[in-house]
Design a protein around this ligand. Structure first.
Ligand code: ADP
Ligand code: MG
Length: 345
């Protein structure tokens, strides 16, 4: 099956005066797994539904390969969709649900049956073809929705928070399985989630959305280590945003004149673990908490800025003895110190 690239070109959508998509542009490569990540209300579902054909953009263009699909009917778009609530037909059994997209596309009955059974095997539901939807677990329903999305061999798959209803263990298993399914089929996939870790784990690239705009599109590692805005830095994990002049170099040199981002887990309490080009923060310990795999220390700089420091348990031999009020120096290696362009903390 040949997969296709997706082009989203300056798409805008407003509901009354509320702008849900504000001039969004995005290129997804053929066969890529791209995740839209953002808080609730940032426009992820609206963008996905515009691609699927259920939301009509006010302006802008959507292309699948070279084909302009902006005004095409949903079932003509060659796109498989897993909706947030699965949207399975509750009065049909598993097999009928999976055959449905083929019936819509007038696939001959015998062929449709075989294709549906093959797809059920692919998502590990081979024994459940005759089962009613109501008699399935959440994870099984999710697999049916997945099978229904891919059974007609679409060129593109869209998934809107497909795992949000599942408990954590099952979610992690399914993350792995969805990624593997993507790799087997080579199908261009846009996946939506508000869960940072899920986005980092699953994706080739992540597009971070906020207020109807894409803030940054990059590999998971770049998004995490080199956020281009303060919003992205803070959305992706425990980020300390430090005002210009907060840090000094290890040998006591000039402090940075830019706003810096240093993640909580980038710090050490031992200067020897950090190269000479690293930075140091002089602080006072406000609080500490043991979290099993690590210690979380809350520090205060002399100007009152709070800094979170996370020390892995294996490197935290001294943490248990630290007392609130004590002076502490936290060190971070240069490669973990990131200036946020244009940001003034
Ligand atoms: P997300 O999926 O990121 O949570 P949505 O795309 O669902 O965000 O929604 C983006 C914004 O657009 C939200 O503030 C939402 O209330 C608004 N919105 C979405 N659909 C409609 C609609 N049909 N009518 C009015 N407002 C809408
Ligand atoms: Mg949504």
């Amino acid at each position: 099956m040949k997969s296709l690239p997706i082009t989203i070109d300056s798409v805008r959508k407003a509901y009354g005066s509320y702008v849900a998509l504000d001039d969004v542009s995005l290129d997804v490569q053929a066969g890529e797994f791209l995740t839209l990540l953002g808080p609730s209300g940032s426009g992820k579902t609206t963008l996905l539904m515009a691609l699927a054909g259920f939301v009509r953009p006010d302006s802008g263009k959507l292309l699948l390969g070279n084909r302009d699909i902006t005004r095409l009917a949903p079932n003509k778009r060659d796109i498989g969709i897993v909706f947030q609530n699965y949207a399975l037909f509750p009065h049909m059994n598993v097999l009928a649900n999976v055959e449905y997209p083929l019936a819509l596309r007038k696939t001959p009955k015998a062929q449709a049956r075989q294709q549906a059974l093959d797809t059920l095997a692919r998502v590990k539901l081979e024994g459940l073809a005759k089962r009613n939807i109501a008699a399935l677990s959440g994870g099984q329903r999710q697999r049916v929705a997945l099978a229904r999305a891919i059974v007609f061999e679409p060129r593109v798959m869209l998934m809107d928070e497909p795992l949000s209803a599942l408990d954590r263990n099952l979610r992690e298993t399914m993350q792995y399985e969805i990624r593997r399914l993507h790799d087997d089929l080579g199908i261009t996939t846009i996946y939506v989630t508000h869960d940072q870790r899920e986005a980092l784990t699953m994706s080739d690239r992540v597009a971070v959305m906020n207020s109807g705009r894409i803030q940054q599109i990059d590999t998971p590692q770049q998004i995490y280590d080199r956020p281009s805005t303060r919003f992205v830095a803070e959305f992706m994990g425990e980020a300390n945003i430090l005002a210009p002049g907060s840090a000094r170099t290890i040998d006591g040199g000039d402090a940075s004149r830019e706003t810096l981002m240093i993640r909580a887990e980038s710090f050490h309490l031992d200067a020897k673990l950090v190269g000479r080009d690293g930075v140091a923060l002089e602080a006072r310990l406000c609080a500490k908490a043991f979290r099993g795999e690590n210690w979380l220390l809350t520090l205060a700089l002399d100007d009152g800025q709070e800094v979170l420091v996370c020390i892995p348990a294996a490197l935290a031999s001294g943490c248990a003895e630290l007392a609130a009020g004590q002076r502490v120096t936290a060190y971070a290696p240069a490669e973990k110190v990131h200036a946020i362009p244009g940001a003034i903390a």
